[in-house]
Design a protein around this ligand. Structure first.
Ligand code: HEM
Length: 408
């Protein structure tokens, strides 16, 4: 959906609003419209069968944030919070101001493909007395030998993913949601990431990560017949009231596995391009398999070179991670790159905010990570530093709030 002008102008302009607190704005006075480009005007519908921000094309800026319910806050407070968050996200994604306390940060921008996606962590169900409704899919992920996880930056009662094609629009949404949390929930951790800006290349291209690789080629494609069943929990409950991937309230939802994966860039950048390509099994320039063709050509996993060795090495990341090596395990990897300066060890604190979406993490992320953890060639150059697992319910219909089918 395309909107013509930024909300500030379209809705009639701005004055400082006393009721909204110092620095808050309300649309009350006419002003000249702010013309928008196609990029600024692009709006991703908030309401729908699935939450936005899963099958939506990757945006240029993203924030991940986890919240814990405040002491004393339970189910009733969680319902009120999800109502506030839903109203806030619905407004912002349409390019309207946040209810009550808009900060004006995104005044002259349109929605810029803003999406806000909400999820529930394992501990949410204890806090709200809903343990019986907790999907087994939220059981803690197994420990992996390569984990260096920081509990303070892992998991959480509630999770939000914000994405937009403009950094101010993304921050504006994050801030509005933090404020809407009020005294009900406190930020446990938050992380910010980025991707290439849309329009930087003449045609849309698969993203490149901070190791320089084309990243996302092997993802399930939306046009593929199995995309929905791989990414989303089926809507039709089984006869016992459960769906294969959890309770009925999760119908049309998805499970997000979040991993903050540091890239050991100083080590990686010492490798020749040839060595880097063998680590993945694909060409750095265009993402094509080392066995030839273009990015979308299938890998030839049996082809050997003149030296008799496999062209795509036995420990190449793409070989080990591919569905046919893992009982069909598939996930939609929708990651943001991050960089937070130089770490205490003097190396870049940079890498991937890895977000994998699947209908069931037990048949998606877990078997693949188990296999990779036994030592794919990439393992020596990355470190998993934080982890989260969240149940992301289906999308809210107009008039509904996100998570209503769980909380009502
Ligand atoms: C493929 C990079 C972590 C699962 C790839 C590819 C690259 C890559 C460059 C080949 C292109 C593509 O198909 O996207 C990375 C980097 C990682 C990382 C830099 C960490 C910083 C992970 C993790 C998992 C994973 C933790 C899951 C547990 C996959 C899968 C494929 C893939 C399923 C597609 C394989 C195929 O079907 O061909 N990755 N990856 N990756 N990766 Fe990773």
């Amino acid at each position: 959906r395309l909107l013509g002008t930024a909300w500030a102008a379209g809705a009639g302009g701005l004055v400082v609003c006393a009721a909204g607190g110092a620095g808050a704005y309300a649309a009350t006075r006419p002003a000249a419209p702010t013309p928008l480009t196609r990029l600024g005007a692009e709006a991703v519908p908030f309401h729908g069968t699935h939450q936005a921000g899963i099958a939506t094309p990757l945006q240029a800026a993203g924030h991940l944030a986890a919240f814990d319910l405040a002491p004393g806050a339970g189910r009733a407070q969680a319902v009120a919070l999800l109502r506030r968050w839903t109203a806030c996200a619905a407004a912002l994604t349409e390019g309207r101001p946040a209810p009550d306390h808009d900060t004006g940060v995104a005044l002259d921008a349109g929605p810029c493909s803003l999406t806000v996606t909400f999820g529930f962590g394992h501990s949410f169900f204890d806090r709200t007395g809903l343990v019986k409704q907790r999907p087994v899919q939220l059981d803690p992920l197994p420990a992996f030998s390569s984990d260096h996880l920081d509990p303070a930056r892992s998991n959480g009662d509630l999770w939000i993913q914000v994405g937009a094609d403009d950094a101010l629009v993304a921050f504006h949404a994050l801030r509005a949601l933090q404020k809407a949390a009020g005294a009900t929930a406190r930020v446990r951790w938050q992380m910010s990431g980025f991707n290439r800006s849309p329009g930087a290349t003449a045609h849309p291209m698969t993203m490149r990560n901070l190791m320089g690789q084309i990243d996302g080629t092997g993802n399930p494609q939306q046009s593929a017949p199995r995309f929905d069943e791989q990414v989303f929990v089926p809507a039709k409950p089984a006869s016992d009231g459960t769906t294969p991937a959890g309770p009925a309230w999760m119908a049309n939802g998805s499970y997000a596995v979040v991993r903050r994966i540091r890239m050991l860039l100083d080590d990686w950048e010492k490798l020749s391009v040839d060595a880097q390509e063998k680590v993945i099994g694909r060409r750095k320039s265009d993402g094509a398999p080392l066995t030839g063709g273009t990015e979308r050509t299938a890998m030839n996993l049996t082809k050997t070179g003149p030296d008799g060795k496999l062209v795509i090495p036995a420990d190449a990341h793409a070989r080990i991670a591919q569905p046919s090596a893992n009982g069909g395990a598939a996930m939609l990897r929708r990651a943001f790159s991050y960089q937070d300066g130089i770490g205490a060890d003097g190396t870049p604190d940079a890498g991937l905010l890895f977000v994998a979406w699947q209908a069931d993490p037990l048949t998606g992320f877990v078997p693949v990570q188990r296999k990779l953890d036994r030592g794919d060639a990439l393992s020596a150059f990355i470190r998993h530093e934080a982890s989260g697992l969240f149940a992301v319910p289906g999308g809210a219909a107009e008039g509904e709030y996100v998570g209503q089918r769980l909380l009502e």
